[in-house]
Design a binder for this molecule. Structure first.
Ligand code: CTP
Ligand code: MG
Length: 193
């Protein structure tokens, strides 16, 4: 595998998680997940930036992307495009209950990680939208990995090899930052991070 192969495989594997996060920002709003409640420390549990609609819509969009990938994989394979990437076709499998489960875990896990980060931010007295470097860029990666590691350990261990993990950890902050600057420019996000 070349570096490009590893990068492409990393993005392919992470795509449902990568999509869930920004789609929560696009479709989010309305009732907050914490229902406006406060933690014993006197601060909001999560804050108004984490909404039920964002969680549901983000998860749904992540699953949708996963399903599009599953549909595309055989075509990419027969085109010979995937000859160097033998793992690609199998990574998300064929349409089935277990692949629905995998893409759900990736998408929902991503948003759970993002929600967990907000919980920590509020405990640290950081306002909604305040910058929290590294955590802002990797919260959803960690969430997706934790959930798949717990509930689909075999799948996680098969596809997230050491070098894929390293590549995701390095590439994601760069992709995330570019996506957020774009989101800021098209006014979907209030802050460019
Ligand atoms: N969003 C949402 N529901 C979610 C996640 C995100 O509605 N479950 C929307 C909110 O409008 C949020 C925006 O997406 O403001 C951007 O998400 P993010 O940057 O993660 O939230 P922040 O506003 O930075 O809030 P926090 O400080 O709690 O991370
Ligand atoms: Mg966040």
């Amino acid at each position: 595998m070349t570096l490009i192969d590893i990068l492409a495989a990393s993005i392919w594997l992470m795509l449902p998680a990568y999509f869930a996060n920004p789609m929560a920002a696009v479709f989010g709003g309305g009732t907050p997940i914490d229902l406006g409640k406060y933690f014993p420390d006197g601060k909001r549990i999560l804050g108004n930036g984490k909404t039920i609609r964002g969680l549901v819509a983000g998860t749904a969009c992540g699953i949708l992307i996963g399903f599009i990938q599953i549909g595309l994989a055989p075509h990419l394979m027969s085109s010979g495009l995937l000859d160097n990437w033998p793992m690609f076709n199998a990574a998300l499998g064929a349409y089935s209950l277990s692949t629905l489960y995998i893409v759900f875990l990736m998408a929902f896990g991503a948003l759970l990680g993002d929600t967990g980060e907000s919980f920590i931010k509020r405990r640290l007295d950081l306002e909604r939208g305040a910058m929290f470097p590294v955590a802002d860029q990797l919260d959803f990666v960690l969430g997706a990995w934790v959930l798949t590691y717990i509930f689909a350990a075999y799948w996680f261990n098969t596809y997230f090899s050491f070098w894929i993990i390293i590549t995701v950890l390095v590439a994601t902050p760069l992709l995330h930052l570019s996506a957020n600057i774009f989101g800021y420019l098209i006014k979907v996000k209030k802050e460019p991070w």
